[in-house]
Design a protein around this ligand. Structure first.
Ligand SMILES: *Cc1c(COP(=O)(O)O)cnc(C)c1O
Length: 234
């Protein structure tokens, strides 16, 4: 997709975001737009940054490693948003600004250990399997709440919020209940004072459902298709 189309798409999304925010009595600037860049090359990513997205989210370590030296993400924070194997955390800790997809204890422990060894504090989100889907990774809401209280045991990380990927909805609005539950969990944890926790990011909403996510309190949407067009899996 050419840079002009990407810019138009981003402008359109910004307008829709602002509308959704205002209808919910929220300030548009309180919601960030993360470009989900998987399967799009460095030029496309640069075009999205030029068009004003707030950050980039990459799904695969290998793709990130290809595009990073090409300067694809220059000037904006880089997030990791995909399924992460523990043997690959070494490529991300201290390199990416935020790992959004911390979905299991083993991964949290691996990130914490390596961050301490490297003398950095890695910012993370906990991924919550809010719809209880068997096919999906992530903590239950109860596990995430309990874990947040224990973040002091992990000095190599800072918990900055929560992330969720609800199911593809069959009907518009189907996911609002999940977004609402995420918002409640986010607010509950935010209301507590825990070590190594600063709840600022509630990452939810994608191309198909981001207005609903914003209506329910999302502070960051992750959008791929609506910016870059359909992905061509090869
Ligand atoms: C691909 C992806 C997105 C964006 O999905 P679209 O439907 O293309 O907007 C968001 N979050 C994650 C974790 C993704 O992998």
């Amino acid at each position: 997709m050419d840079a002009k189309t990407i810019a138009e798409n981003v402008a359109h999304i910004r307008e829709t975001m602002a509308q959704a925010a205002r209808s919910a009595g929220r300030a548009p600037e309180d919601i960030q737009l993360c470009a989900a860049t998987k399967m799009n090359d460095a030029d496309a990513v640069r075009a999205a940054i030029a068009a004003g997205v707030d950050c980039c989210g990459e799904n695969r370590v290998q793709e990130l490693q290809q595009k990073l030296p090409q300067g694809a993400y220059a000037g904006k924070p880089l997030h990791f948003i995909g399924r992460l194997q523990t043997n690959k955390v070494k490529y991300l800790v201290g390199t990416v600004d935020l790992i959004e997809s911390v979905d299991r204890m083993e991964l949290l422990e691996a990130i914490d250990k390596l961050a301490q060894k490297r003398g950095v504090v890695q910012r993370i989100l906990l991924e919550v399997n809010i719809a209880g889907q068997e096919s999906k990774a992530g903590f239950t809401a109860e596990e995430a709440a309990r874990l947040a209280a224990k973040m002091g045991d992990y000095p190599g990380v800072k918990l900055c919020g929560l992330m969720a990927i609800p199911p593809v909805s069959e009907h518009p609005g189907d996911n609002r209940i999940f977004f609402r539950q995420m918002r409640q969990l986010f607010v509950d944890i935010k209301g507590k004072t825990y070590d190594n926790v600063a709840m600022e990011c509630l990452s939810m909403g994608m191309s198909d459902d981001y207005p609903d996510a914003i209506a329910e309190g999302s502070t960051m949407i992750r959008v791929g298709t609506a910016i870059f067009g359909a992905r061509h899996y090869i």
